[in-house]
Ligand binder design. Structure first.
Ligand SMILES: [Zn+2]
Ligand SMILES: [Zn+2]
Length: 184
């Protein structure tokens, strides 16, 4: 019934002074503030923060970190949303292993787009997708293939700040070699 909190507490709700996802301005709010998660399971709460995309990705629309990975509070602790989703579907993953994306979309929590890998897989995955170990975007593989080693040695262009130029050039050449080997 309009005007009463849907959690079943019997309390009356206020009229919304601005629209949000649940209520339009001028209508009664559906819940008293803080009551919308009462009585809901962890699964319900998780699923309410996900939007399915035509391309198959299930995008996390709640709290995200700087790299775009979703964060989810189970009620007792904060976890990575994609990891929670994977473990919910396939079972617990040892903390020494990483849950990685096949679709290269950090906000995606579709278990079918995720796989488990080691630290080494994680690093290789990031290099292959053109991301630095810090998660910041660097240059795409396509761009890097077009550049000469000398150009690649320009650490500024690569977003590498601390390593010496020579080291940057060598590790880039090595990474490219590894990538070419994998693509054969
Ligand atoms: Zn209530
Ligand atoms: Zn996806």
């Amino acid at each position: 019934m309009d005007g009463y909190c849907r959690c079943g507490c019997g309390g009356k709700t206020k009229i919304a002074t601005c629209s949000d996802g649940l209520t339009k301005r001028g209508e009664y709010r559906k819940y008293i503030q803080g009551h919308s998660s009462r009585g809901r399971t962890v699964d319900d709460r998780f699923d309410s923060k996900v939007r399915q995309q035509p391309n198959g990705c299930h995008i996390w629309v709640a709290s995200k970190d700087a790299c775009g990975y979703g964060n989810f509070s189970t009620g007792t602790r904060w976890v990575r949303a994609h990891r929670f989703s994977y473990e919910r579907a396939y079972g617990l993953v040892p903390s020494s292993l990483y849950v990685l994306h096949k679709c290269d979309t950090p906000a995606c929590v579709n278990p079918e787009h995720l796989f488990v890998g080691t630290q080494a897989d994680n690093m290789q995955d990031k290099i292959a997708k053109g991301r630095s170990s810090t998660g910041g975007w660097v240059l795409s593989l396509e761009t890097r293939n077009k550049m000469s080693v000398a150009q690649l040695g320009n650490k500024k262009a690569l977003g590498i700040k601390k390593s010496p130029e020579l080291r940057a050039r060598m590790s880039e050449a090595q990474a490219l070699r590894r990538l070419k080997e994998r693509m054969v």
